[in-house]
Design a binder for this molecule. Structure first.
Ligand SMILES: Nc1nc2c(ncn2[C@@H]2O[C@@H]3COP(=O)(O)O[C@H]4[C@@H](O)[C@H](n5cnc6c(=O)[nH]c(N)nc65)O[C@@H]4COP(=O)(O)O[C@H]3[C@H]2O)c(=O)[nH]1
Length: 538
């Protein structure tokens, strides 16, 4: 099978796997969100029940007040008719009666009793004195069992269906009266539920035996409510919703894993191509001049790698260098860099001992002997003074400062220069200056860009320049792109080196001598014009 076909199949396979995972994720997400929605609905239901309980309590209080005092003689025809009228208009109350010496004397629906009835066994008394008789046979309801409340000579037969119109499909409710002092609870209406009183008294929330419970209590009366719902959500409830979630999950999983697989396999593919390119020497180098200020003469150049993949696409060096670092063959690239750059510019360096060649070195290159042997082989054998070679290390390499310090010492002992690249962007720039005896810091172009702007970081560049002066460390300012930036740096009057598109973009090695000559000529012209100006003034 061809590599391209294998790659395509791998990508599709991974994407399908991602789609399957996404579908499972979608199903799970749907389930969780429906459970959450069900819980919110149940909690809202409990709050609605409590609102209704408040109305219920208010009505009971109003009935009690209507007969304390009563506008009519005790158990008179008028009073009985008033009792009947109030009970008739109420949804919560079935009958209202009048009590005397603990006996029912008359009620709206029973009329005046020839022989007053003694009240049955008391179930609970609330702190305000309301007496509750639960589970007693009701004469007006064919001896169906119900609850009667009695206070200040008035008794009320509660409707067992008072909360019926608040029923919700799939949910149940229970209404109780609570004595918070004695922690006694009596069910008034709704479905009987075997629950820990503590759950009700604390207005809690619990999941027990596949059911979810929310308890809420009224602030105005001794009523509490419990709403019950199922924790099991049937898949058949909302099949379309479930389907949508699964499809969306599958699509998202497919898309994401397709992108991830493409990215990953592209990296693997690129890594393979890069390795081949290094082995066959198909990478190239360009050289960006480094200029000395204030003289304006060329001080050297930085070698920068260039590579295009098999399809001819130019790949950014920081991207492919990272791939080589991750896949452990950066050493081969460095080997190529050192060998090819010395081949390219060895003659120029021999003829111009004042010039420096800067080489980017990856942190991994500083481990072991390979780099030192490599430099020894190519630099010394080419007859170039090691001082003409500068090794640029980046701040990423602070991970092992001890190892790094040893490597820097060794490079110095062998006569090479060590430059810190991208100074100011890493996390431990100052640690570098303190710990490592470096020759030059290369100030990252992020700081150069702030010249002439009012960015908050604009004040950092002068401070780094001052710091470098006080520590006797030389400076190369990177990324000088504009005349304004160049003028600013020249105007500081400090001796420094600069690099950037304003002075010259990276060029082929063959173009470097011409560049150097042009720069030398330009420097001479500007010097003589300065002298002319000076003598005319004199
Ligand atoms: N916007 C802007 N950019 C400017 C200007 N002047 C120079 N540059 C670019 O800035 C980068 C400077 O190199 P670096 O900081 O060492 O950053 C390098 C270096 O970290 C790495 N690299 C390049 N060649 C090698 C190599 O041979 N070995 C290793 N280990 N890393 C390398 O890749 C990075 C990127 O290299 P390049 O793409 O060539 O990008 C180069 C250069 O082309 C300017 O005025 N404006």
């Amino acid at each position: 099978m061809s590599l391209g076909k294998y790659r395509r199949l791998s990508i599709i396979g991974l994407a399908l796997f991602g789609a399957a995972l996404g579908a499972v994720g979608g199903y799970w997400l749907c389930h969780v969100s429906r459970l959450r929605a069900a819980n919110v609905a149940l909690s809202t239901y409990a709050s609605e029940l409590v609102d209704h309980a408040n109305e219920y309590g208010a009505e009971l209080r109003a009935i009690k007040l209507a007969f304390n005092p009563s506008a009519f003689p005790f158990c008179s025809t008028e009073e009985i008719s008033k009792l009947r009228e109030l009970a008739f208009h109420s949804l919560q109350v079935k009958d209202i009666g009048r009590l005397q010496n603990g006996k029912l004397v008359c009620s709206g629906w029973l009329g005046k009793l020839a022989d007053p009835w003694s009240m049955p066994q008391l179930t609970m008394t609330l702190p305000g004195g309301t007496q509750i008789y639960a589970d007693i046979p009701l004469a007006i309801a064919g001896h169906q069992r119900g609850v009667v409340l009695a206070q200040q000579g008035v008794d009320v037969v509660l409707s067992p269906n008072a909360f019926e119109r608040w029923d919700r499909p799939g949910m149940r409710n229970m209404v109780v009266m609570v004595n918070f002092t004695t922690r006694q609870i009596v069910r008034i209406t709704g479905d009987a539920m075997e629950l820990d009183p503590a759950l009700i008294l604390s207005e809690g929330h619990a999941e027990i035996g596949g059911k979810t419970y929310y308890a809420r209590c009224s602030r105005q009366s001794a009523l509490c409510v419990v709403a019950e719902g199922s924790t099991q959500i049937a898949a058949s409830d909302t099949p379309w919703l479930q389907f949508e979630y699964i499809v969306m999950g599958a699509l998202a999983g497919f898309g994401l894993s397709l992108a991830a697989a493409q990215f990953y396999l592209q990296r693997i593919g690129l890594a393979r191509q890069l390795r081949r390119a290094v082995r066959h020497g198909r990478l190239s180098l360009v050289y960006q001049p480094i200029i000395e200020l204030p003289s304006g003469s060329c001080a050297g150049a930085e070698a920068l790698l260039r590579w295009s993949d098999d399809d001819g696409n130019a790949i950014a060096p920081d991207f492919f260098i990272r791939i080589a670092e991750d896949r452990g063959f950066i050493g081969e690239i460095t080997e190529f860099l050192v060998r090819r750059s010395i081949q390219d510019v060895g003659d120029i360096l021999r003829n111009h001992p004042e010039l420096t060649l800067s080489l980017n070195i990856a942190p991994a290159d500083l481990q072991g002997e390979a780099l030192f042997q490599l430099l020894d082989l190519h630099v010394r054998q080419a007859g170039i003074h090691p001082r003409q070679v500068a090794l640029e290390i980046t701040e990423r390499s602070t991970a092992d400062i001890i190892q790094l310090r040893e490597a820097v010492l060794r490079l110095h002992m062998d006569g090479y220069q060590v430059h810190i690249d991208d100074f100011g962007t890493g996390y431990s720039s100052l640690a570098y200056l303190h710990e490592l005896a470096v020759d030059v810091i290369k100030i990252d172009r992020a700081f150069t860009r702030t010249i002439g702007t009012d960015a908050v970081t604009a004040s950092i560049l002068p401070q780094i320049l001052a710091l470098a002066t006080s520590l006797h460390v030389e400076v190369i300012v990177e990324g000088v792109e504009t005349e304004e930036q160049a003028s600013y740096l020249t105007a500081t009057g400090s001796v420094m080196q600069v690099q950037g598109w304003y002075y010259g973009k990276p060029v082929q090695a063959a173009d470097l001598p011409k560049y150097k000559e042009d720069m030398a000529h330009a420097a001479e012209v500007s010097l003589s014009s300065l002298n002319d100006h000076g003598s005319r003034k004199a």
